[in-house]
Ligand binder design. Sequence first.
Ligand SMILES: Cc1cc2nc3c(=O)[nH]c(=O)nc-3n(C[C@H](O)[C@H](O)[C@H](O)COP(=O)(O)OP(=O)(O)OC[C@H]3O[C@@H](n4cnc5c(N)ncnc54)[C@H](O)[C@@H]3O)c2cc1C
Length: 388
Amino acid sequence: MPFSALDLRAVHLPPSVRQLRQEVRDFLTAERAAGTVLGRPDSWLTGWDPAFTRRLARRGWVGMTLPRAYGGGGRSDLERYVVIEELLAAGAPVSAHWVADRQAGPTILRHGTEAQRHRFLPRIAAGTCFFSIGMSERDSGSDLASVQTRAERTDGGWRLTGTKMWTGGAHVNDHAIVLARTHDAEDRHAGLSQFLVDLRDPRVHVEPIRLLSGEHTFNSCRLEGVELAPDALLGRPGDGWRQVTGELALERSGPERFLSTLPLLTALVEQVRRNGGGDLGQQARVGRLTARLSSLRQLSLGVATALAAGRPADVQAALVKDLGTRFEGELVNEVREILPTAARSDATPGSYPELLATAILHAPGYTLRGGTNEILRSIITRGQERSR
Ligand SMILES: Cc1cc2nc3c(=O)[nH]c(=O)nc-3n(C[C@H](O)[C@H](O)[C@H](O)COP(=O)(O)OP(=O)(O)OC[C@H]3O[C@@H](n4cnc5c(N)ncnc54)[C@H](O)[C@@H]3O)c2cc1C
């Protein structure tokens, strides 16, 4: 197919990461034995465990790619990829630091002042400073440039007013990077800016929006004239669109976009093994899922490598996220057919019926969060047209 926008190279992980992978696996085996890792689907969204985060951070597995000068690990993107794919595959509780590690830290490194870097990055890498994403609003999800939240200049800095929606972790995190309009412009993409907002400010009102499962992850986040110091501005005023696009690339391109439900497949295989190994039909279906998983992983590694090398990969990332998130949902349906089981939210935490219930109840979000699949497909189509 003459489609250069889909150029993704095969990636062979260097032997040096084998030892790192083994270290993570050993750590996870010990954590599993201690009962802290239950192999949950979607653990990067709802697996809130700051103590687990701090144990990871002590091993240098949070803020791995941040420079050592700011408390980070100075490691490569591929090394981070290996660590996070092991954590996701194990269904480890990583949601506390997920956004800080994946996008807030790198965004502050890229656009922040020296003072902002020193203020936030060492704490992110220590696993003691957690971030939320303050992008979406009630009528501004796919059409993010239409955000109504405004930041006005004041004598003392800025005043922020508006309501953010679907703000994951705002009730437990420390800060959010908030996208707001700072001036009106004919081009809607101009006039936007990003701000570092303290979520404990008394003028930030956080209210829960519960998932189908009843879990509290999301919030609406009312910003009622929040007074911000001048140094709350992240990057240059009016550069918010360019910055947020870079942040979205980090948000969309990782292995969490195809591995969210892998722990369920692992649980299924264990269950089938316990039942005597399953029949040929069951084995073939597990084999097909595993083959798809393996291809997705190659594609995802291709995106990670391209981004790490500074090559543009937004079209490829959109494609892999579309394929990957559809796979996450299809895996749940396949698993239900391979081993029909009544899903039960009230079953023992970590048991197969309970994991199945979690995966089913989280499924509507897989293809929405971080940009819906329809939006991703328009990015892919535009990329295809550009490369013709
Ligand atoms: C689990 C989860 C976690 C999230 N976490 C956060 C978070 O922490 N912070 C945050 O800021 N946001 C978060 N979001 C919000 C998420 O980014 C938005 O839900 C998403 O961008 C879609 O926006 P929307 O919900 O407003 O839907 P809309 O944009 O209103 O879209 C509704 C439907 O219309 C379709 N549609 C819209 N425009 C077009 C178009 N131009 N062409 C074709 N189809 C179109 C969409 O694909 C979708 O199917 C989260 C969402 C989920 C589900």
